[in-house]
Design a protein around this ligand. Sequence first.
Ligand code: ATP
Length: 510
Amino acid sequence: MAKGEDIFKKIIAHCKEYGFIFPSSEIYDGLSAVYDYGQNGAELKNNIKDYWWRSMVQYHENIVGLDSAIFMHPTVWKASGHLEAFNDPLIDNKDSKKRYRADVLIEDHLAKLEEKIEKEVSKAAKKFGDSFDDKMFRETNPRVQANQAKIDEIKSRFVPALENEKLDELRQLIEDLGIACPVSGSRNWTDVRQFNLMFSTQMGSASDGASKIYLRPETAQGIFVNYLNVQKTGRKKLPFGIAQIGKAFRNEIVARQFIFRMREFEQMEMQFFVRPGQEKEWFEYWKEERMRWHLALGIPEEMFRVHTHDKLAHYANAAVDIEFKFPFGFKELEGVHSRTDFDLGAHQKFSGKKLQYFDPETEESYVPYVVETSIGLDRTFLAILTHAYKEETLEDGSERVVMNIPPALAPVKIAVLPLVKKDGLPEKGREIFDRLKYDFHCQYEDKDAIGRRYRRQDATGTPYCITIDHQTLEDNTVTIRERDSMKQERIPTEKIAGVVAARTDLRPKH
Ligand code: ATP
């Protein structure tokens, strides 16, 4: 098993064991690609949401929040293009009976060729050291050149086939590239078919004249249909943004990789309305701003990659993905899209209501352009979790699993641990706990040996453990233990809050 896969399996098991994530309806053997967040998962998820909401809504004077309903008028999805075009091309392997996304099979093939190039480059970089010229090497090395030529040739067929929905050509490409089913190893494929990803249900009882409605596949449309409500009631001037966090639903063809691709998930989206012609500038701004947000968490830059789209969605005139290095490779975490006036224009047309802005500076009315930032909450959770998981061998030879979750996002900030369960230490512990609990999410624990309690807190990522011992009763000092370094320090109880606050402050560092 590849190292990444091996670690990933351990992380999934760890998530269950320590109350981060459980399979949905587990006692009934689960529901495919649906998960529940446990006691620690719910805290981490709330902290991520809080961090995002504050950096969008609280720290930007010109962004406001919204909480729109999951159900929307069915015409919304006609206008947005989801009824017509929210399809994935699927293909089945006749031997394994496994179903795949045809585009993903080809993208995986491309990723393998790119990996070969990167291996070649990093081998040469090691060999030549400081004198290595990356650009020149890529342009002259014959093996890199040959693989690059293959990539270019595949893309020259793949991109137009996807854009024009040429399903036969996708099928032909899979055949020409000799792509085999990872399960059966065979190349015995069906034709490629389109599959709409929206879930539908009925609203109203049948005798009522029930109508078919959809579970929203993205939160963005709730923002577009409320654009005018917010602009008018908030007396907003362009440019301004509307942010929203909420559930989205997609009937994904292949649901794999734990919470990376779920059928019910959560998005954190922000639509930024700008004057037409200024969208490229704002697109660049948000691309950089969003990268800063990720990096402010202290995750190293090399874990992220910006991928510019080869194929633009029907509504976009520029788009990038911020990708994260998950244990299974670089994959999309967030999209930044310049959506033009497509959505507001379409809603204006389908609803017959004007969705225009009167610009007092130019004295013109127009449909604003939109730059969107769209990030998956669950994928952010997974990125933070997979990066945080560390197996360490300590100096005394013992082992620990520690979750280096950014302290500001950790589910529990402080564990209050009386050394023994007697001599008045639990009472003193309770007193400290009761003082800290209004400012920090704390946990009180007095069972088991102190070493075991430290391990448990390490495994859930608690940045600070406070130990109460007999000396505490005498001089009101405690031991504070820091998760990553395991360093212990004796401090007066009144200093605990200050030490912890300094490291768990949610304020982004920019
Ligand atoms: P992908 O190509 O991986 O299917 P997408 O390009 O369809 O993603 P968008 O429509 O741009 O994704 O959605 C914005 C964000 O929502 C994504 O960057 C991702 O973080 C998240 N997201 C999308 N689909 C899922 C899913 N099925 N499960 C979890 N998160 C998702």
